[in-house]
Design a protein around this ligand. Structure first.
Ligand code: TRP
Length: 340
């Protein structure tokens, strides 16, 4: 992610669907950047419970309960509610109202062509039985972004089509009222290498694949995960030469280890033969334990007082709502819907 290009006048909005706890993949791909960016400019962080319901209506309690869990993950990594505005989507009805106007600016065919929607429909096996709320969530996401006049949206690559569709709506709206009411946004994606593979070696760490290390992982969970971690299946004896490419332990060492000279040395020894997986994994386990221990401890501390976390969310949501209401007012006024 091009952090350097982000300035004090920028406005960031991003968020997470509240369907499960966050993991190391989220940490590498986005959370650690948010901790840096909150020092630099305004940052809104959305707990997207309403969007999560578009394909989880049968599981609303899971969605509800994970609002607190994701908030705890944010706090645990060092996102500071005094610097970032953390808020709950379903408690900002202005977003739904904005989205209802935006829906008049998109066609069903365009929504069906949205590559992310297309993939997700296939993945979920909806075929023709697509919940209408699901098909139209790109318009809701456009509301999430534009309500805050966000011009920077840090997201994973899979979300780029959402930002493109948002900008189409922005241009169409501004053109139709002949005023620059809404602001176009730029997707900022993690740079190459910021996507963490799963512990099984699959390209993506994902809860549904069961190959994650969550931010709340215990010391024992971490030990087990590293033990199970995919290395080089052909590296059987310590003396055998081993593969570094595609070896998840090395990928993680590249991302997490503070001593990259040591990592280079380990690679050389591994490729040459003479470095066993057990010793190699010891280095990774140590550095993951060191990274995650303070995160876990902070998470536990906040988890002991959920009422205080909810108060924090309430304050963030109140601030977010003020901004969203202001934009909604401008949008309606631009359409002449300011009757009195
Ligand atoms: N769709 C995003 C995801 O699945 C979550 C999200 C909802 C979001 N609204 C957003 C991200 C607005 C960026 C901006 O992860």
């Amino acid at each position: 992610m091009q952090l350097d290009s982000i300035q004090a006048s920028d406005i960031i909005l991003t968020g997470d669907r509240t369907t499960g706890q966050l993991h190391l993949g989220h940490y590498v791909g986005s959370l650690r950047n948010r901790v840096i960016l909150q020092e630099r400019c305004a940052q809104f962080l959305l707990l997207a419970d309403q969007q999560a319901l578009t394909d989880n209506m049968g599981n609303y309690l899971k969605v509800r309960d994970n609002v607190l869990q994701v908030a705890l993950d944010y706090l645990a990594v060092g996102i500071d509610p005094a610097k970032s505005t953390i808020f709950i989507q379903s408690l900002v009805p202005e977003l739904a109202e904005l989205s209802s106007y935006y829906l008049n600016l998109v066609t069903v065919a365009r929504l069906e062509r949205n590559p992310t929607i297309k993939d997700e429909i296939k993945l979920r096996g909806y075929e023709r039985d697509i919940p209408a709320g699901f098909l139209t969530y790109p318009a809701a996401q456009a509301a999430d972004i534009t309500a805050f006049k966000a011009n920077i949206v840090p997201v994973g690559e899979d979300q780029i089509p959402m930002i493109e569709q948002t900008n189409e709506i922005v241009r169409r709206f501004n053109a139709s009222v002949d005023q620059a009411v809404l602001v176009e946004a730029r997707a900022v994606v993690p740079e190459f290498g910021a996507r963490l593979p799963g512990i099984d070696g699959r390209a993506k760490m994902s809860k549904s694949l069961g190959n994650t290390i969550t931010l709340s992982a215990s010391a024992d969970d971490i030990r087990q995960a590293v033990k199970m971690m995919y290395t080089d299946p052909k590296h059987l004896r310590v003396s055998d030469p081993g593969q570094v490419e595609g070896n998840v332990v090395f990928t993680y060492l590249d991302v997490f280890h503070s001593d990259q000279a040591l990592v280079a040395e380990l690679k050389a020894r591994y490729q040459h033969g003479g470095l066993g997986d057990t010793e190699l994994k010891k280095h990774l386990e140590e550095c993951l334990q060191a990274l995650l221990a303070p995160i876990r401890e902070r998470r536990e501390r906040y988890a002991r007082d959920p009422a205080a976390v909810l108060e924090m969310l309430k304050a963030g949501t109140r601030r977010a709502r003020e901004t969203a209401a202001r934009t909604l007012g401008e949008v309606k006024a631009a359409m002449g819907l300011n009757y009195y």
